[in-house]
Design a protein around this ligand. Structure first.
Ligand SMILES: C[S@@+](CC[C@H](N)C(=O)[O-])C[C@H]1O[C@@H](n2cnc3c(N)ncnc32)[C@H](O)[C@@H]1O
Length: 339
């Protein structure tokens, strides 16, 4: 059991008071690695503790699954051994048929998904994930972003009217990590090593960078526009970095209208997969409220309005990992090896 950095008993990490601001401004992003404050060091220790615990849980889950498979195999063998020869043949035959049906259903579903995604390439809402921030993330954060992207692809593939996803600035470490995803080469998306500004140079006026720091509130989704999401897992360490980037490039920015519909218990900064999922839900329902309530986890929302709205505080240390881990369970089966 990894030891809690707060000296706890291995339960939830104790919360520490945030007297210093561990966030990093966009200006500092260019000034090399930041010197960590005492609070930032504490946060880092907590994060490492959390990650060790997560790895431990993952190993336990894997072991449990292995035992389940083993148990089922034994049960099956016992049931075969306990029946007559002719009944055994019948059991084997019905199992073969069941498997065949399942495979046929799966390949039909896969075909439908390919059709929907190909249609989206022509007529769908374009959504870009800007991958030009890999130099600002540690290996765990890059891993987390890759998981989020896998999740986005899986959720999009399940939509009746999916969006057309782009991964731009896809190079270096990020590209290698993505290429390790089984079946990634076959994904129906746009992958470009160039930045979105280059890849979509003829549509610069249609680009809208989504960022929680924008003053403009997104009212609607416009099919003619291309919405850009910052491919960053930073626990808002690099606060304002996407706003600054978009402003320097002279492109439009907008934030999701979260504040119009719900109060958050902490920051309005969401993870990449949550933003993609909200956009997809909105494309389906044209209802922001429904979309936010369907995607934003309960623990991120205020219990009631009277509790106030402590916006723009630092996200919990492990929040971004949790958000994708929770959803991953749903998507593991949705990202088959060669979908
Ligand atoms: C984890 S956030 C990265 C936060 C980063 N510090 C920044 O400056 O954007 C990932 C991305 O999701 C999008 N995003 C997150 N919350 C949002 C919100 N409330 N409104 C619009 N976009 C949001 C932004 O594109 C953001 O870059």
């Amino acid at each position: 059991m990894p030891e809690s950095p707060s000296g706890g008993d291995g339960g939830t990490p104790a919360q520490t008071a945030d007297t210093e601001n561990p966030q990093t401004t966009a200006e500092e992003a260019t000034a090399g690695p930041p010197v960590l404050s005492k609070n930032a060091r504490k946060k880092l220790a907590k994060q490492q503790w959390y990650e060790a615990k997560k790895a431990e849980k993952k190993a336990a889950l894997k072991e449990q699954r292995r035992r389940d498979v083993e148990r089922k195999r034994k049960e099956w063998e016992e049931s075969l051994a306990s029946v007559r020869e002719d009944e055994r043949e019948k059991l084997l035959e019905s199992r073969r048929n069941l498997r065949k049906e399942r495979m046929e259903k799966r390949s039909q579903e896969k075909e439908c998904k390919r059709e929907r995604l190909s249609l989206a390439r022509e007529h769908g809402q374009n959504v870009v994930v800007d991958l030009q921030f890999s130099h600002l993330m540690n290996p765990n954060e890059i891993h987390s972003l890759v998981q989020q992207i896998m999740y986005c692809y899986a959720v999009n593939g399940r939509c009746v009217s999916p969006a057309h996803l782009w991964l731009t600035g896809c190079e270096g470490e990020m590209e290698s990590a993505l290429k390790r995803i089984p079946g990634f080469e076959k994904w129906i998306i746009e992958k470009d090593n160039r930045s979105y500004i280059e890849a979509l140079s003829d549509r610069k006026e249609d680009l809208v960078y989504l960022t929680a720091d924008s003053e403009t509130v997104l009212e609607e989704l416009d099919l003619k526009k291309v919405y850009v999401i910052g491919g960053l897992v930073d626990r808002n360490r690099w606060k304002g970095i996407t706003l600054k980037k978009a402003q320097e490039q002279g492109i439009q920015t907008a934030k999701l209208p979260i504040g119009n519909f719900m109060k958050m218990s902490s920051s309005q900064v969401l993870t990449v997969n949550q933003v993609v999922e909200i956009l997809l839900k909105f494309l389906e329902t044209r209802d922001w409220k429904k979309s936010f309530f369907a995607v934003i986890p309960q623990r991120k929302r205020c219990q009631s309005d009277s509790e106030g709205n402590a916006e723009e505080t630092v996200e919990e240390v492990h929040e971004q990992d949790d958000d994708v881990t929770a959803s991953k369970k749903k998507c593991v089966e949705e990202v088959p090896a060669n979908s």
